[in-house]
Design a protein around this ligand. Sequence first.
Ligand code: ATP
Ligand code: MG
Length: 384
Amino acid sequence: KLEVPDEPIVAVIEGDGIGREVIPVAIRVADRAVELAYGGKRGIIWWELLAGKKALKEKGELLPKETIEGIATVKLALKGPLETPVGSGHRSLNVTLRKVLDLYANVRPVQYYGAPTPFAYADKVDFIIFRENTEDVYAGIEWKAFTEEARKVLEFLEREFGIKVREDSGLSLKPISKFATQRIMRKALQWAVDKGRRVVTIMHKGNIMKFTEGAFREWCYEVAEKEFSEYVSIGEEKPGKILVNDRIADNMFQQIIIKPWAYDVIVTPNLNGDYISDAAAALVGGVGMASGLNLGDYIALAEPVHGTAPDIAGKGIANPSAAILSVALLLEYMGWIEATELIRKALRKTIESGKVTADLAKPGEKALKTEEFAEEVIKAMEGL
Ligand code: ATP
Ligand code: MG
């Protein structure tokens, strides 16, 4: 009988700056978790692909074709932050990569791991934010004030629609399509069904922007009603059903602070998603703790939310928690729940016992270096 290895392959882009410090450490933690959880019966093949500075040096381009093809082939990836050199023609390498692979859902869990926080309800926080990743004002359709192009758009608006906009205005377009809205809502609902979440909240500013954010709300409800009717209850709580409701964006910011326990899965357009995920992360320890997963129809790319942190890069003091939680999220996506839980529990235990990196240490307190912290997490896993 032919023995075909069935180990999954995960593409790895270490990235620049602290990416080179936190990604290898996160892989070490993941390997140990998998080993402990499955007694050596499962394993992951990590396949390094190049992007960013490292790729420029070795391949002569920032985002080599084989990197994109590699990810598209193995469909699972872990990525560190990439620095985008100015004048490279890319707005951001991170954004370019999401675009070419059509990773339309940016998934950001926000959970408390015992980090110091002034927020009294921190231990009640357990959200997972689904941010639409391809449209909205991020589409980059803009016209600079006083340019010929802007003047043409202004003239068009006045001629065709009788709309007068001040001529010294910059302009921007906010496309929100039914297609992109419904596929992100589908992802959020499917996640809620698969992972047993209780509530899915649509966050929007539909009272002001009726045909973009208001339509987002309508189209999301339509998916819930038409495609998930056996799993959901719209607007009112019912036992055994996922509650689907909506909140106006500004209210949502208060709600996650006043009543964090009432929120669970949050689905929202791109710009709202940007704001709310950083605000939510701040409730539980900030950027050093924030993990993310970019999903397309078939591809999952996990990455910490933070950037390259040039101010601390090379010092070995970065908090690897965001990278460790990102790899845990990838394992959860793969359905390797035992390993996922092991990592999360060990991380919580480590941080709760006061062992933290410099970003989370109180003034005058001892801080662990990146590698030391990871060793503590591994020790904690071994003790569970
Ligand atoms: P980029 O240009 O790549 O986005 P940035 O400096 O604008 O980088 P971040 O890298 O996210 O943005 O850094 C913001 C701040 O948070 C910096 O002071 C950085 O040192 C700190 N920081 C980010 N990630 C971590 C981490 N993992 N551990 C500790 N501090 C971090
Ligand atoms: Mg930045």
